[in-house]
Design a protein around this ligand. Structure first.
Ligand code: MN
Ligand code: MN
Length: 324
């Protein structure tokens, strides 16, 4: 496999970037994860949304905006498509009528990706999508997580006894042994609360919570130093909810919260994850119908590229070194 050329995005100096069928980063579309190092997957689903839907339309618009992205990272010089075999694996076949059925469909889809030895990088979809992804890739051992979000997403029950919403995935993931709370850091937390004990589970479980006041006090570099200390060298997932950003930069999301970090600060933080033992990532809660400018999807695509670069670097670092 190493001897074969890695799949390359269509080159914008040959095929104009406004032409052709839009795939993630202009990569080839494949239907089989076997042979891939990184599978880019869309989860067009907002069945976990409790207020303003629209994230089901995220993957398609992120694909469109991702055609603006070129091959090489401008700052780190990482060339992800040379370091790793990456392709667009299409969308999960979700069922918009049934949450429980869809959770199973997503898990099975990612179980096949995981069995093929590929690492998933996903475009959501609301944040409930991350739970079945973790069920597929963290079954054998819990993962740590660097989580960018205005919300902790560790709620328990909504509307009576509803346990599966985009406000509950990480409580479920901790309960199910998929997520190690002591290797988890949440960055940008600031949404107003329902009750004064909303954060009790996250705090008691040992999750490192960086509320927005602490974020601005420390700045992105020191926050990422702290993230690296928390996750250590164990397997680590990166989950980027665009509502962690200030809604000035990403208004197209279901649960905006003013007073967040900038796109540039988020890019610096994602770049700072280089060298960690990364096993997957996602960008979630991009809701294009709530942002007619299209910028939120461009932000989502760009953050996906940032994560892709550090994932590819991590894969290359784990690969046994080749002679000749
Ligand atoms: Mn979230
Ligand atoms: Mn959020």
């Amino acid at each position: 496999m190493e001897d074969q050329a890695t799949p390359q995005p269509a080159l914008g100096t040959v095929l104009p970037r406004f032409a052709g069928i839009a795939t993630f980063m202009r990569l080839p579309h494949v239907t089989d994860p076997v042979g891939l190092d990184i599978a880019l997957v869309g989860v067009p689903w907002d069945g976990g949304t409790t207020n303003r839907p629209g994230a089901r339309h995220g993957p398609r618009e992120i694909r469109n905006q991702s055609t603006l992205i070129r091959r090489i990272h401008p700052e780190s010089g990482i060339a992800p498509f040379a370091l790793a075999r990456a392709a667009d694996l299409g969308d999960v076949a979700i069922n918009p009528c049934d949450v429980a059925d869809t959770l199973g469909r997503i898990e099975r889809h990612y179980a096949a990706v995981h069995a093929a030895g590929a690492i998933p990088l996903s475009a959501g979809g609301d944040h409930l999508s991350t739970l079945p992804i973790m069920r597929a890739i963290a079954k054998d051992r819990p993962v740590g997580m660097v989580h960018f979000d205005a919300h902790s997403d560790t709620g328990d029950r909504y509307f009576g006894d509803c346990r599966y919403t985009h406000g509950t995935p990480f409580r479920r993931a901790v309960e199910e042994g998929l997520l190690d709370p002591r290797r988890t850091i949440q960055i940008g937390i600031r949404g107003s609360l329902y009750r004064d004990d909303d954060m009790a589970f996250a705090e008691a479980s040992g999750i490192r919570i960086v509320k927005i006041e602490e974020y601005f006090r420390l700045g992105p570099e020191r926050v990422i130093e702290e993230a690296r200390r928390i996750v250590g060298d164990g397997p680590t997932y990166v989950s980027f909810d665009v509502d962690g950003l200030d809604p000035v930069y990403a208004p197209g999301t279901g649960t905006p919260e003013v007073g967040g970090y900038t796109t540039y600060e988020a890019q610096r933080m994602l770049r700072g994850l280089r060298g960690l033992n990364l096993v997957g990532g996602d960008v979630v809660e991009v809701a294009p119908p709530l942002d007619p400018t299209g910028n939120t999807a461009l932000v989502g695509a760009t953050m996906m590229f940032e994560i892709l670069c550090v994932l590819a670097d991590s894969i290359a670092a784990r690969r046994p070194s080749r002679t000749s």
